[in-house]
Write a protein that binds this ligand. Structure first.
Ligand SMILES: [Zn+2]
Length: 113
């Protein structure tokens, strides 16, 4: 249940941004996270709603974009997208891999008025 911690951290950033930008209301928060973060969107939404209760972001709509996991094979240099949690190179079968995408977690944009 690391969603709650992440949602709380996110709400802090959102509220700080609102203050800095002099927004009286946050209408939309767009976040992006990599599949390896393994967030359950429904839990995350719920935790975020709780975290921003009685704040300028309490009516904010949360949109979540998930980035698929991309790996690079250290053995043969192949870049590939991980499907069905198969963490091995689809060319040479090596499991000596480097993560290119999948561990990101960031706020893409915050909209308000
Ligand atoms: Zn390979």
């Amino acid at each position: 249940m690391h969603e709650i911690k992440i949602a709380e951290d996110l709400s802090v950033i959102v509220l700080e941004t609102a203050k800095k930008e002099n927004l009286s209301k946050i209408t939309k928060v767009n976040i992006t996270f990599g599949q390896l973060i393994q967030i359950v969107p429904d839990i995350f939404r719920f935790a975020f709603d709780e975290a921003v209760k009685n704040s300028v972001a309490q009516e904010a709509e949360l949109t979540i974009e998930v980035i698929p996991v991309m790996m690079k094979c250290i053995n043969c240099g192949n870049d590939f997208q991980v499907v069905e949690n198969r963490f091995s190179c689809n060319v040479c079968n090596s499991t000596d891999l480097e993560i290119i995408h999948g561990k990101e977690l960031f706020i893409k944009s915050i909209e308000g008025e």
